[in-house]
Design a protein around this ligand. Structure first.
Ligand code: NIG
Ligand code: FE
Length: 420
Protein backbone atom coordinates (compact mmCIF):
# COMPACT_ATOMS: atom_id res chain seq x y z
CA UNK A 1 0.00 0.00 0.00
CA UNK A 2 1.53 3.26 -1.19
CA UNK A 3 -0.52 5.15 -3.73
CA UNK A 4 -0.47 8.33 -5.79
CA UNK A 5 -3.31 10.78 -5.25
CA UNK A 6 -4.01 14.40 -6.05
CA UNK A 7 -6.61 16.04 -3.83
CA UNK A 8 -7.93 19.24 -5.37
CA UNK A 9 -10.59 21.83 -4.64
CA UNK A 10 -9.85 21.87 -0.89
CA UNK A 11 -11.76 24.78 0.64
CA UNK A 12 -9.54 24.92 3.73
CA UNK A 13 -6.44 22.87 4.50
CA UNK A 14 -5.44 22.87 8.20
CA UNK A 15 -2.35 21.16 9.52
CA UNK A 16 0.08 21.34 12.40
CA UNK A 17 3.67 21.85 11.36
CA UNK A 18 6.85 20.08 12.30
CA UNK A 19 8.77 16.83 12.24
CA UNK A 20 9.23 16.50 15.99
CA UNK A 21 7.14 16.56 19.16
CA UNK A 22 5.17 19.85 19.39
CA UNK A 23 6.36 20.98 22.82
CA UNK A 24 4.66 23.92 24.54
CA UNK A 25 1.98 26.42 23.53
CA UNK A 26 3.75 27.86 20.50
CA UNK A 27 4.30 24.49 18.80
CA UNK A 28 0.96 23.01 19.90
CA UNK A 29 -0.90 26.05 18.53
CA UNK A 30 1.02 26.28 15.26
CA UNK A 31 -1.54 25.24 12.66
CA UNK A 32 -1.22 26.42 9.07
CA UNK A 33 -4.49 27.13 7.29
CA UNK A 34 -4.59 27.48 3.52
CA UNK A 35 -7.67 28.34 1.48
CA UNK A 36 -8.14 26.87 -2.02
CA UNK A 37 -5.53 24.22 -1.47
CA UNK A 38 -4.32 20.98 -3.02
CA UNK A 39 -2.34 17.99 -1.77
CA UNK A 40 -0.23 15.72 -3.96
CA UNK A 41 0.90 12.32 -2.66
CA UNK A 42 3.26 10.06 -4.62
CA UNK A 43 4.27 6.56 -3.57
CA UNK A 44 2.52 7.16 -0.27
CA UNK A 45 4.42 10.35 0.60
CA UNK A 46 3.34 13.96 0.43
CA UNK A 47 5.06 15.85 -2.37
CA UNK A 48 3.06 19.03 -2.13
CA UNK A 49 0.53 20.54 0.30
CA UNK A 50 -0.44 24.19 -0.12
CA UNK A 51 -2.24 26.69 -2.36
CA UNK A 52 -3.67 25.04 -5.47
CA UNK A 53 -2.05 27.81 -7.50
CA UNK A 54 1.38 26.58 -6.40
CA UNK A 55 0.99 22.96 -7.54
CA UNK A 56 4.11 21.89 -9.41
CA UNK A 57 3.78 21.64 -13.20
CA UNK A 58 2.91 18.12 -14.29
CA UNK A 59 1.41 17.29 -10.87
CA UNK A 60 -1.88 16.23 -12.41
CA UNK A 61 -0.39 13.54 -14.62
CA UNK A 62 1.30 10.20 -14.19
CA UNK A 63 0.16 6.60 -14.52
CA UNK A 64 -1.92 5.40 -11.61
CA UNK A 65 -2.56 8.88 -10.23
CA UNK A 66 -5.97 9.00 -8.56
CA UNK A 67 -7.77 12.34 -8.43
CA UNK A 68 -10.06 13.30 -5.58
CA UNK A 69 -12.16 16.45 -5.76
CA UNK A 70 -12.75 17.67 -2.19
CA UNK A 71 -15.65 19.84 -3.36
CA UNK A 72 -14.60 22.88 -1.33
CA UNK A 73 -14.48 20.90 1.92
CA UNK A 74 -11.88 20.99 4.71
CA UNK A 75 -8.86 18.68 4.84
CA UNK A 76 -6.83 17.73 7.95
CA UNK A 77 -4.20 15.08 8.69
CA UNK A 78 -5.42 11.57 9.56
CA UNK A 79 -6.00 11.12 13.30
CA UNK A 80 -3.40 9.24 15.33
CA UNK A 81 -5.14 7.50 18.24
CA UNK A 82 -2.13 6.98 20.48
CA UNK A 83 -3.71 5.04 23.38
CA UNK A 84 -6.24 2.23 22.92
CA UNK A 85 -6.97 -1.29 24.10
CA UNK A 86 -8.89 -2.36 20.99
CA UNK A 87 -8.08 -6.11 21.13
CA UNK A 88 -10.23 -7.68 23.86
CA UNK A 89 -13.10 -10.11 24.24
CA UNK A 90 -16.21 -9.69 26.38
CA UNK A 91 -18.11 -6.56 27.34
CA UNK A 92 -18.88 -4.97 30.72
CA UNK A 93 -22.01 -2.99 29.97
CA UNK A 94 -23.48 -4.07 33.33
CA UNK A 95 -20.53 -2.54 35.19
CA UNK A 96 -20.99 0.64 33.20
CA UNK A 97 -24.45 1.01 34.67
CA UNK A 98 -23.19 0.19 38.20
CA UNK A 99 -20.67 2.98 37.79
CA UNK A 100 -23.37 5.28 36.46
CA UNK A 101 -25.36 4.48 39.63
CA UNK A 102 -22.40 5.50 41.79
CA UNK A 103 -20.11 2.50 42.38
CA UNK A 104 -16.44 3.60 42.08
CA UNK A 105 -14.34 2.03 39.31
CA UNK A 106 -11.77 0.69 41.79
CA UNK A 107 -14.53 -0.83 43.94
CA UNK A 108 -15.70 -2.90 40.95
CA UNK A 109 -12.06 -3.81 40.33
CA UNK A 110 -11.61 -4.96 43.97
CA UNK A 111 -14.72 -7.15 43.78
CA UNK A 112 -13.22 -9.17 40.95
CA UNK A 113 -14.97 -7.22 38.20
CA UNK A 114 -13.17 -4.76 36.03
CA UNK A 115 -10.07 -5.81 34.12
CA UNK A 116 -10.23 -9.35 35.62
CA UNK A 117 -13.48 -10.04 33.80
CA UNK A 118 -12.07 -8.95 30.47
CA UNK A 119 -9.04 -11.13 31.18
CA UNK A 120 -11.27 -14.17 31.66
CA UNK A 121 -13.07 -13.55 28.39
CA UNK A 122 -9.87 -12.77 26.48
CA UNK A 123 -8.08 -15.89 27.76
CA UNK A 124 -11.03 -17.93 26.48
CA UNK A 125 -10.95 -16.33 23.03
CA UNK A 126 -9.08 -17.82 20.07
CA UNK A 127 -6.76 -15.69 17.97
CA UNK A 128 -9.30 -15.76 15.14
CA UNK A 129 -11.94 -14.38 17.49
CA UNK A 130 -9.62 -11.61 18.68
CA UNK A 131 -8.76 -10.73 15.08
CA UNK A 132 -12.45 -10.54 14.15
CA UNK A 133 -13.26 -8.33 17.16
CA UNK A 134 -10.26 -6.10 16.48
CA UNK A 135 -11.12 -5.82 12.79
CA UNK A 136 -14.61 -4.59 13.47
CA UNK A 137 -13.36 -1.96 15.94
CA UNK A 138 -10.69 -0.79 13.48
CA UNK A 139 -13.35 -0.42 10.81
CA UNK A 140 -15.30 1.91 13.09
CA UNK A 141 -12.14 3.87 13.91
CA UNK A 142 -11.24 4.26 10.25
CA UNK A 143 -14.69 5.69 9.55
CA UNK A 144 -14.05 8.19 12.37
CA UNK A 145 -10.81 9.31 10.74
CA UNK A 146 -8.18 7.23 12.53
CA UNK A 147 -5.29 6.36 10.20
CA UNK A 148 -2.87 5.14 12.89
CA UNK A 149 -3.75 3.45 16.15
CA UNK A 150 -1.76 2.26 19.12
CA UNK A 151 -3.11 -0.99 20.58
CA UNK A 152 -2.22 -2.59 23.90
CA UNK A 153 -2.21 -6.15 25.10
CA UNK A 154 -2.99 -6.50 28.83
CA UNK A 155 -6.11 -8.65 28.89
CA UNK A 156 -4.13 -11.89 29.09
CA UNK A 157 -1.76 -11.42 32.04
CA UNK A 158 -0.11 -14.69 31.04
CA UNK A 159 2.45 -15.48 28.37
CA UNK A 160 0.15 -17.22 25.88
CA UNK A 161 -2.70 -14.75 25.93
CA UNK A 162 -0.48 -11.67 25.93
CA UNK A 163 1.33 -13.03 22.85
CA UNK A 164 -2.03 -13.95 21.26
CA UNK A 165 -3.27 -10.37 21.62
CA UNK A 166 -0.06 -9.04 20.07
CA UNK A 167 -0.21 -11.62 17.27
CA UNK A 168 -3.81 -10.60 16.56
CA UNK A 169 -2.56 -7.04 16.04
CA UNK A 170 0.22 -8.25 13.75
CA UNK A 171 -2.29 -10.27 11.70
CA UNK A 172 -4.68 -7.31 11.50
CA UNK A 173 -1.93 -5.15 10.05
CA UNK A 174 -2.07 -7.01 6.75
CA UNK A 175 -5.80 -7.02 6.15
CA UNK A 176 -7.00 -3.44 6.61
CA UNK A 177 -5.66 0.10 6.18
CA UNK A 178 -5.28 1.43 9.76
CA UNK A 179 -1.60 1.35 10.78
CA UNK A 180 -1.17 -0.40 14.14
CA UNK A 181 1.52 0.39 16.72
CA UNK A 182 1.53 -2.49 19.23
CA UNK A 183 2.27 -2.09 22.95
CA UNK A 184 2.85 -4.83 25.52
CA UNK A 185 0.84 -4.11 28.68
CA UNK A 186 1.52 -7.27 30.71
CA UNK A 187 1.33 -5.37 34.02
CA UNK A 188 -2.19 -4.08 33.42
CA UNK A 189 -3.60 -5.76 36.50
CA UNK A 190 -2.65 -8.43 39.01
CA UNK A 191 -3.86 -11.79 37.66
CA UNK A 192 -5.79 -14.11 40.04
CA UNK A 193 -2.79 -16.46 40.13
CA UNK A 194 -0.78 -13.68 41.79
CA UNK A 195 -3.53 -12.13 43.97
CA UNK A 196 -1.93 -9.94 46.63
CA UNK A 197 1.56 -10.48 45.13
CA UNK A 198 2.10 -7.76 42.54
CA UNK A 199 5.91 -7.84 42.94
CA UNK A 200 5.95 -11.59 42.21
CA UNK A 201 3.89 -11.03 39.09
CA UNK A 202 6.34 -8.34 37.96
CA UNK A 203 9.19 -10.84 38.55
CA UNK A 204 7.35 -13.35 36.35
CA UNK A 205 6.74 -10.77 33.61
CA UNK A 206 10.40 -9.68 33.64
CA UNK A 207 11.73 -13.26 33.62
CA UNK A 208 9.26 -15.08 31.36
CA UNK A 209 7.18 -12.71 29.29
CA UNK A 210 9.15 -9.56 28.43
CA UNK A 211 12.06 -11.45 26.81
CA UNK A 212 9.66 -13.42 24.61
CA UNK A 213 7.80 -10.27 23.63
CA UNK A 214 11.04 -8.47 22.81
CA UNK A 215 12.51 -11.31 20.73
CA UNK A 216 9.22 -11.79 18.86
CA UNK A 217 9.29 -8.18 17.64
CA UNK A 218 5.54 -8.04 18.27
CA UNK A 219 5.60 -4.87 20.39
CA UNK A 220 7.22 -1.46 20.04
CA UNK A 221 6.41 -0.21 23.55
CA UNK A 222 5.96 -1.58 27.06
CA UNK A 223 3.30 -0.05 29.31
CA UNK A 224 2.20 -0.49 32.95
CA UNK A 225 -0.81 0.49 35.09
CA UNK A 226 1.06 2.39 37.81
CA UNK A 227 -1.71 2.93 40.34
CA UNK A 228 -2.50 2.50 44.01
CA UNK A 229 -3.76 -1.06 44.51
CA UNK A 230 -2.23 -2.18 41.21
CA UNK A 231 1.51 -1.62 40.53
CA UNK A 232 3.63 0.64 42.73
CA UNK A 233 6.19 3.12 41.43
CA UNK A 234 8.97 0.71 42.49
CA UNK A 235 7.46 -2.28 40.65
CA UNK A 236 6.73 -0.13 37.62
CA UNK A 237 10.31 1.19 37.59
CA UNK A 238 11.80 -2.30 37.72
CA UNK A 239 9.62 -3.51 34.87
CA UNK A 240 10.14 -0.47 32.67
CA UNK A 241 13.92 -0.54 33.13
CA UNK A 242 13.91 -4.20 32.07
CA UNK A 243 11.80 -3.33 29.03
CA UNK A 244 14.15 -0.51 28.04
CA UNK A 245 17.13 -2.85 28.29
CA UNK A 246 15.40 -5.12 25.80
CA UNK A 247 15.01 -2.24 23.36
CA UNK A 248 11.34 -1.38 23.91
CA UNK A 249 10.09 2.18 24.28
CA UNK A 250 8.19 2.78 27.51
CA UNK A 251 4.82 4.27 28.42
CA UNK A 252 2.79 4.52 31.62
CA UNK A 253 -0.80 4.69 32.78
CA UNK A 254 0.07 7.29 35.40
CA UNK A 255 -1.70 9.14 38.20
CA UNK A 256 -5.16 8.23 36.91
CA UNK A 257 -7.09 7.55 40.09
CA UNK A 258 -4.66 8.55 42.83
CA UNK A 259 -1.51 10.67 42.83
CA UNK A 260 1.19 8.01 43.04
CA UNK A 261 4.01 9.69 41.14
CA UNK A 262 3.84 7.81 37.84
CA UNK A 263 4.31 11.06 35.92
CA UNK A 264 7.57 11.68 37.80
CA UNK A 265 8.70 8.13 37.02
CA UNK A 266 7.96 8.74 33.33
CA UNK A 267 10.27 11.77 33.44
CA UNK A 268 12.97 9.85 35.30
CA UNK A 269 12.96 7.08 32.68
CA UNK A 270 12.52 9.28 29.61
CA UNK A 271 9.27 7.53 28.70
CA UNK A 272 7.69 8.17 25.31
CA UNK A 273 4.50 9.20 27.10
CA UNK A 274 2.64 9.17 30.39
CA UNK A 275 -1.12 8.94 29.96
CA UNK A 276 -4.26 9.77 31.98
CA UNK A 277 -2.55 12.17 34.46
CA UNK A 278 -5.83 13.22 36.08
CA UNK A 279 -4.09 13.51 39.46
CA UNK A 280 -0.51 14.29 38.36
CA UNK A 281 1.27 17.05 40.30
CA UNK A 282 2.41 20.23 38.57
CA UNK A 283 5.98 19.46 39.64
CA UNK A 284 5.86 16.11 37.88
CA UNK A 285 4.30 17.69 34.79
CA UNK A 286 7.20 20.14 34.77
CA UNK A 287 9.64 17.23 34.95
CA UNK A 288 7.87 15.53 32.06
CA UNK A 289 8.20 18.70 29.99
CA UNK A 290 11.93 18.91 30.70
CA UNK A 291 12.45 15.25 29.84
CA UNK A 292 10.39 15.49 26.63
CA UNK A 293 7.75 13.00 27.79
CA UNK A 294 4.53 13.43 25.80
CA UNK A 295 1.49 14.03 28.03
CA UNK A 296 -1.42 11.79 27.01
CA UNK A 297 -4.90 13.06 27.85
CA UNK A 298 -7.83 10.67 27.57
CA UNK A 299 -10.89 12.89 28.05
CA UNK A 300 -13.40 10.20 27.11
CA UNK A 301 -12.23 8.17 30.12
CA UNK A 302 -12.62 11.06 32.55
CA UNK A 303 -16.04 11.66 30.98
CA UNK A 304 -17.07 8.02 31.45
CA UNK A 305 -15.65 7.81 34.99
CA UNK A 306 -17.12 11.23 35.82
CA UNK A 307 -13.76 12.40 37.10
CA UNK A 308 -12.48 15.97 36.73
CA UNK A 309 -10.60 16.34 33.45
CA UNK A 310 -6.81 16.37 33.39
CA UNK A 311 -5.19 19.80 33.51
CA UNK A 312 -4.22 19.77 29.85
CA UNK A 313 -3.84 23.55 29.83
CA UNK A 314 -1.10 23.34 32.48
CA UNK A 315 0.60 20.50 30.59
CA UNK A 316 0.89 22.55 27.40
CA UNK A 317 1.80 25.74 29.27
CA UNK A 318 4.52 23.84 31.18
CA UNK A 319 6.12 22.91 27.86
CA UNK A 320 4.80 19.40 27.21
CA UNK A 321 3.72 18.04 23.88
CA UNK A 322 0.14 16.89 24.32
CA UNK A 323 -1.61 13.92 22.73
CA UNK A 324 -5.33 13.31 22.97
CA UNK A 325 -6.43 9.72 22.49
CA UNK A 326 -9.57 7.63 22.93
CA UNK A 327 -8.41 4.95 25.43
CA UNK A 328 -10.99 2.61 23.84
CA UNK A 329 -11.37 -0.30 26.29
CA UNK A 330 -14.20 -2.45 27.66
CA UNK A 331 -14.20 -0.88 31.14
CA UNK A 332 -13.30 2.71 31.84
CA UNK A 333 -14.12 3.97 28.34
CA UNK A 334 -15.96 2.06 25.67
CA UNK A 335 -15.80 4.77 23.04
CA UNK A 336 -13.55 5.32 20.05
CA UNK A 337 -14.96 8.77 19.31
CA UNK A 338 -12.07 11.14 18.75
CA UNK A 339 -14.62 13.67 17.43
CA UNK A 340 -16.22 13.73 20.90
CA UNK A 341 -12.76 13.95 22.50
CA UNK A 342 -11.96 17.01 20.37
CA UNK A 343 -15.18 18.74 21.42
CA UNK A 344 -14.42 18.02 25.10
CA UNK A 345 -10.85 19.30 24.63
CA UNK A 346 -12.10 22.63 23.32
CA UNK A 347 -15.01 22.98 25.73
CA UNK A 348 -13.62 21.55 28.98
CA UNK A 349 -9.85 21.11 28.67
CA UNK A 350 -9.56 24.75 27.60
CA UNK A 351 -7.51 23.96 24.53
CA UNK A 352 -7.76 26.09 21.43
CA UNK A 353 -9.06 24.50 18.24
CA UNK A 354 -5.50 24.54 16.89
CA UNK A 355 -4.10 22.79 19.98
CA UNK A 356 -6.88 20.20 19.87
CA UNK A 357 -6.20 19.41 16.22
CA UNK A 358 -2.47 19.12 16.94
CA UNK A 359 -3.16 16.83 19.91
CA UNK A 360 -5.03 14.24 17.79
CA UNK A 361 -2.52 14.35 14.94
CA UNK A 362 1.08 15.46 15.50
CA UNK A 363 0.82 15.05 19.29
CA UNK A 364 -0.43 11.49 18.88
CA UNK A 365 2.36 10.77 16.42
CA UNK A 366 4.91 12.16 18.91
CA UNK A 367 3.51 9.92 21.64
CA UNK A 368 4.38 6.97 19.39
CA UNK A 369 7.80 8.33 18.38
CA UNK A 370 6.52 8.87 14.83
CA UNK A 371 6.40 12.67 14.53
CA UNK A 372 9.07 12.55 11.83
CA UNK A 373 6.74 10.54 9.57
CA UNK A 374 3.12 11.21 10.63
CA UNK A 375 0.79 13.84 12.04
CA UNK A 376 1.04 16.74 9.60
CA UNK A 377 0.56 17.47 5.90
CA UNK A 378 4.02 18.54 4.80
CA UNK A 379 6.30 17.34 2.01
CA UNK A 380 8.11 14.17 3.09
CA UNK A 381 5.42 13.00 5.50
CA UNK A 382 3.17 10.04 4.88
CA UNK A 383 0.05 10.82 2.82
CA UNK A 384 -2.55 10.22 5.55
CA UNK A 385 -5.41 12.72 5.36
CA UNK A 386 -9.12 13.27 5.91
CA UNK A 387 -11.66 15.15 3.84
CA UNK A 388 -14.31 16.48 6.23
CA UNK A 389 -17.91 17.06 5.33
CA UNK A 390 -17.52 20.61 6.65
CA UNK A 391 -16.06 23.90 5.45
CA UNK A 392 -13.37 24.11 8.18
CA UNK A 393 -11.69 22.01 10.87
CA UNK A 394 -13.48 24.13 13.50
CA UNK A 395 -16.58 22.04 12.84
CA UNK A 396 -14.79 19.09 14.48
CA UNK A 397 -15.49 20.73 17.85
CA UNK A 398 -18.48 22.89 16.91
CA UNK A 399 -20.56 20.00 15.50
CA UNK A 400 -19.83 18.18 18.76
CA UNK A 401 -19.58 14.42 18.78
CA UNK A 402 -20.64 14.04 15.15
CA UNK A 403 -18.63 12.16 12.59
CA UNK A 404 -17.69 14.59 9.83
CA UNK A 405 -15.26 12.30 8.03
CA UNK A 406 -16.14 11.96 4.34
CA UNK A 407 -12.92 10.44 2.99
CA UNK A 408 -9.86 8.82 4.45
CA UNK A 409 -6.59 8.61 2.52
CA UNK A 410 -3.90 6.32 3.93
CA UNK A 411 -0.41 6.36 2.39
CA UNK A 412 -1.86 7.92 -0.73
CA UNK A 413 -4.65 5.33 -1.14
CA UNK A 414 -8.30 6.32 -0.90
CA UNK A 415 -9.44 3.80 1.73
CA UNK A 416 -12.78 5.23 2.84
CA UNK A 417 -15.57 7.28 1.32
CA UNK A 418 -16.79 8.15 -2.15
CA UNK A 419 -14.29 8.59 -4.97
CA UNK A 420 -15.94 11.73 -6.29
O1 NIG B 1 -6.67 2.96 30.46
N1 NIG B 1 -6.45 2.18 33.63
C1 NIG B 1 -6.24 1.05 33.24
N2 NIG B 1 -6.56 0.55 32.06
C2 NIG B 1 -7.63 0.99 31.25
C3 NIG B 1 -8.90 0.43 31.74
C4 NIG B 1 -9.03 -0.99 31.43
C5 NIG B 1 -10.33 -1.66 31.81
O2 NIG B 1 -11.08 -1.18 32.69
O3 NIG B 1 -10.57 -2.69 31.18
C6 NIG B 1 -7.59 2.47 31.09
O4 NIG B 1 -8.47 3.22 31.56
FE1 FE C 1 -5.58 2.75 28.91
Amino acid sequence: MAGDILVTNIGELSTPLGFQAPRGPEAMGRVATTKDAAVLVRRGKIEYAGPAAGLPAGAASGPGLVRLDAGGRAVVPGFVDSHTHFVFAGYRDDEFLWKAAGMPYMEIHKRGGGIARSVQATRAASKAELVALGASRLKTMLALGVTTVEGKSGYGLDLDTELRQLEAMRDLQGGQPVEIVPTFLGPHSIPVEYAGRPADYIDYVIAEVLPRVAESGLARFADVFCEKGVFSVEDSRRYLIAAKRLGLGVKLHADEIERLGGAGLAAELGAASADHLLKASLEDIGRMAEAGVVAGCLPLTAFTLREPYADARAMIDSGCALAIASDLNPGSCYSQSLPLAIAIAVLYLRLTMEESLTAVTLGGAASLGLADRLGSLEPGKQGDLLVLDAPSCRFLAYNAGMNLVRNVVKRGDLVFGPAS
